[in-house]
Design a protein around this ligand. Structure first.
Ligand code: NAP
Length: 279
């Protein structure tokens, strides 16, 4: 059996560390507040928003919930973001994606003050990440780095292959692995010979959004596999982009789905909120 990289345990460790830090900040008179905006009532978004509120309550961060109706206009949403930007009590602003089709998510993300961009999606945060400056890092890839480090998996000098190049997962993931001195290849839907490219990886990070797509033919013996994918199958069970059963005897370590990358995203959001307050 490979080493199971336990995101539930590691995210709980991080939240406990943050809880202590938040208490220390409170003792020094600093309180932390996250504003979470949801437009419409997409059931998956409601679950994510609820989990974020619960994590805030656990760590000791105040959360302000804005549940706006589906027909909210882009102008109304931007007005709320601007109001929260100007509110000194609010340290972080999170707009739950996806937004309804009539709202341009890029415009809304750019409207969030870079100082309160706890999702790390603002172009300024991305730019800072690229040039190695301090800034907010997108929570899911930041969580993957923590999973690797806290599981004792060395990144420096390793061949790292990231499959997927989205702005919120694949691209920041590749830059973070580079920052940790990995040798990084980014693959995507136009990559030729994906199996051969993936088989170079000592560390393979998969974020393609296709259930159980990655089988053992994509994997080098004893590779470490991080599965970012998250899907519900026909029986309503969660699965990832990697076919866990098919690859488990070939890998040295792997994240399960659920219980791998998923819980880390919220833990790193809490980390970013604490950082926003310290800043
Ligand atoms: P996305 O925006 O749809 O991006 C998917 C990426 O995968 C694209 O770059 C695409 O290439 C590439 N791709 C698609 N099919 C491919 C194929 N057959 N071969 C190689 N590359 C392929 O998705 P995302 O937002 O990055 O999310 C990816 C997965 O992670 C989803 O399952 C999502 O649910 C999950 N996710 C999980 C968390 C979490 O907290 N665990 C957070 C975010 C996302 P092109 O650029 O060429 O189109």
């Amino acid at each position: 059996m490979p080493q199971l990289i336990d995101g539930k345990k590691i995210s709980a460790e991080i939240k406990d560390e943050l809880k202590e830090k938040v208490q220390n900040l409170k003792d020094d008179g600093v309180s932390i507040c996250l504003a979470v905006i949801q437009v419409g009532n997409d059931p998956a978004s409601s679950i994510y928003v609820n989990n974020k509120k619960k994590a805030c309550a656990y760590v000791g961060i105040e959360s302000l919930a804005y549940e706006l109706p589906e027909e909210t206009t882009q102008r109304e949403l931007l007005d709320l973001v601007e109001k929260l930007n100007a509110d000194d009590r609010v340290n972080g602003i999170l707009v739950q994606l996806p937004l309804p089709g009539h709202i341009d998510a890029d415009v809304v993300i750019r409207a969030i003050s870079p100082d309160k961009d706890v999702d790390g999606f603002h172009p300024e945060s991305m730019g800072r990440l690229c040039i190695g400056e301090e800034g907010f890092v997108s929570c899911t890839p930041a969580g993957v780095i923590q999973l690797l480090k806290r599981s004792g998996i060395e990144i420096a000098g390793k061949e790292c292959v990231v499959i997927g190049r989205s702005n919120i997962v694949g691209k920041p993931m590749s830059i973070l692995l580079l920052r940790e001195n990995g040798t990084v290849t980014v693959a995507h839907s136009r990559t030729r010979n994906l199996k051969e490219v993936a088989k170079r990886a000592d560390i393979l990070v998969v974020a393609i959004g296709k259930p159980k797509y990655i089988t053992s033919d994509y994997i080098k013996d004893r590779a470490v596999v991080i599965d970012v994918g998250m899907h519900r199958n026909a029986e309503n069970k969660l699965c990832g982009d990697v076919d866990f059963e098919n690859v488990k005897d070939k890998v040295s370590a792997i994240t399960p789905v659920p219980g791998g990358v998923g819980p880390m995203t919220i833990a790193m959001l809490m980390y970013n909120c604490v950082r926003a307050a310290i800043k």
